[in-house]
Every structure is written in C-alpha cells, then in structure tokens.
Design a protein. Sequence first.
Length: 434
Amino acid sequence: QERNPGQPEFLQAVAEVMESIWPYIAEHPRYAEHGLLDRLLEPERAILFRVSWVDDKGEVRVNRGYRIQHSSAIGPYKGGIRFHPSVNLSILKFLAFEQTFKNALTTLPMGGGKGGSDFDPKGRSPGEVMRFCQAFVSELYRHIGSDTDVPAGDIGVGGREVGFMAGMVKKLSNRADCVFTGKGLPFGGSLIRPEATGYGTVYFAEEMLRHTGRSIEGLRVAVSGSGNVAQYAVEKAMACGARVVTVSDSGGTAIDEDGFTPEKLAVLMEVKNHLYGRVRDYAERVGARFVAGVRPWRVPVDVALPCATQNELDADDAAALVKQGVVCVAEGANMPSTAEAVKVFESAGVLYAPGKASNAGGVATSGLEMSQNAMRLSWTREEVDARLQEIMRGIHHACLQYGRRADGSVSYVDGANVAGFVKVADAMLAQGVV
Ligand code: NDP
C-alpha cells in the first residue's frame, strides 16, 4: 500500500489474487523464494508520455498517454489500449496485472501489458480521433513490436482506432507488420477477433452451467454495457437460446422483456458503432423501456454478464441478483464486480467466473491473430471459432484443476488465479532474478 499510494484499483486486483494464491504458496513454499512475489507486483516498465494534438478548432490539446509493460515472463507484453477520461496509472496497472494471469490462462505465449490515455473520444469528430490516435502512437511506437509488445483495443478503442494507430506505426517503423491485433481484415486482422471476447464469455458461462448439468438455453440473461464485448455476448447468448433482457451504458439501462432479436441487435450495432449514439437512442428505436441512471442488476435474471467496466456491480447489486435467483455470473469486463460483490456470489453458491477466466477469449484470439500474421496465413471463421472454444474449455478445465474446494464445489476465482500464477511463476523462477 505504501509503495502504491492513490492506486485503489491496482491494490484491489492485487488483494484478490493474493488471497487466492496464499494458501497455495503455503503448500508450495518455493513460490515464496527469490523475491518472486515482490517482483510479480512491480511492472517491468511503466511508460508515461505527453500526447499533444490539434482539435478541429485549431486549439492544441494535451492528454496523458501510458503503457504498462507488466510481465514478459512467458512472451511479449500483450494487452489493450483504453481511451476513457477515467484512465490513470492505477487503472492501467490493475489491468496490466490482471492481463498477465489472463494471458497465462490462454496457454498461448503472451506476457501482460495495458495502455491508454485519458482522452475522451465521445463527441470528437473522426478527424480529431484520427489525429489523436496518430499523436498517441507517435510516442508509443518506439516501445512496441511484434516480439516486444503487441497492443490491441479496449474501451474507446475499436477497429477504427486500431486502424489509425496501426497505419501510423507502419509509416513510422517502415515495417508492414502493424504490430496491433484487432486489425481490419484486409491488413492482417483475424476473423472472429471482434466477436471473441463476447462469444468467449458466453462459452465460459455454458461450460460452468454444463458442469453442473444445466444449459443457458431458455435462461434469462442480463448484459451490461453496449460496446464490443456486450454486443457479441448478446449475439452468442441469443444463438444459444437464451433470452437477453438488458443492455446499458453510462446513461442507463434498456430493459426489454420480449428479449433481444437479431434485428434489434443490428439496430444496437448501428446506433453504437456507426452513429456513436447512446442506449437511450437504441431503446427509442426498438420500443424498449429505458431507465436513466440505473444499472441492469435489479432485473430478475438467471445469468448476469457484466460487460461494461470495473466496479460496475457492488455488494448490494450482487445481493439483489442472488435474491432474484441468479445462478451464473460470467464477467465480460475486467473486474466489474467489487471484492464484496464477489464474496456475496461465492458464499451464495452462484457459479461466478472472474473476467480473467471468462473474458480471456479476446486476447486468446489476438494470440491467434499473431500466429496467423507470423505464418502469413488466414484461418477460416470456423477454424478460429473452434480454437476459441477449445481455449475456453481449457481455461474452464484449469479452473477446475486448481479451484476445487474440499467440499467438491469450485471457486473459479481461486482456480483462475492459481492456474495463471503457477505458469507465470514457473517461468520467472526458470529465468532467474531479472
Ligand atoms: P467499448 O468501448 O466497446 O464499450 C464499453 C461499454 O462500457 C460502453 O457501453 C460504455 O458506455 C460502458 N462504460 C465504459 N465506461 C463506463 C463507466 N465508467 N461507467 C458506465 N459504463 C461505462 O469497450 P469494450 O466492450 O471493448 O470493453 C468493455 C469491458 O470489457 C472493459 O472492461 C474491457 O477492459 C473488457 N475487455 C475487453 C476486451 C475486448 O476484446 N474489447 C477483452 C477483454 C476485456 P458509455 O458509452 O456510456 O461509456
């Protein structure tokens, strides 16, 4: 705490992992040697830089840019770039820390990193967004590379922004590899990458339900958020026969008792991805009820998929969901449930998957994009989707292996944390004190 003042999100993420791995380390004391834990809590490198750019009125704007290169123990740093006014060192350090364990869980050779800026893309013209992206990577490009650090998208950074950044990196580096994942299909992107985080979250929920003899088919599902992860979580949940009754954004929640249809999802995608509009606009267009200023967690559902942002579901929300009979919670976002909310779910026996397990499909598919780029090949949709499903099954299996409690039930929190930790720690021990 003294080493990281004013970094509550980072401390929250560290506390959650430490609580899980401590009993394991007590049984396997070699992991307490060689300063392993102290080293694991300290990012290998944290880069902070000025981003100056000119807005449409000709005024100079200054934002802050970051890249946290947390761990390269098992491969090049890998993790997204977030553009949101809330971005700060604490949030990016928590995300890079989580990413390190998540990437280990995918079984692919990727270290952990995260970056971003406090730039707010809302209300900015396409020209302003492009100039900001170019200014941002004109510093970042010297720190990244396909064998060093491979960024991708996150909140506020979708295909359009990745394209702008990749294009500028190509120009500056005189290399065609463009470094980023989540690229457009014509220049090295992978099929299924846009869908992967949302699909993977639903695949993981299905695995948890299947393990207890159930299925998502016919269940009521609440999704929060309405961005990349939320949209494809809605799509896959619908395809699996679930009834999705909510989506949201920071303005409020759309509640639709009739459930989503492919036609309604197309409207949501049009509003969010092309018009850069709000969930309120979407609700108006499809005739759903919009409730301003509330989150989706008071709507009775069987399955909750938080897909917006960190700490968007607190202990009261969790208690309300439990009271209404929720059986499964799979996180599409990173750390959307507060530590207290997680305790409520776990003590009520809800199947609860932390983001580092259930949303790992996105980065896993980024790993598959890197493989395709390295081989100069493109796999089909079916091929990538099959690999994604196999990876999500593998993560579920790892959680069972490391998360089984004495009474036979499973803590997916402990399972994911310990499984990720063991892989990273073994690599660090093998590589000596560096
Ligand atoms: P998008 O920018 O596409 O969508 C973000 C959504 O979350 C929007 O609906 C946004 O609403 C909402 N949101 C963001 N910040 C807040 C906030 N402070 N309060 C309330 N709502 C908020 O991002 P993604 O879908 O890509 O990311 C969503 C989550 O998933 C993040 O936690 C991200 O780290 C995680 N994730 C993403 C992956 C990916 O592949 N994209 C991979 C793994 C995890 P509004 O428009 O009102 O801000």
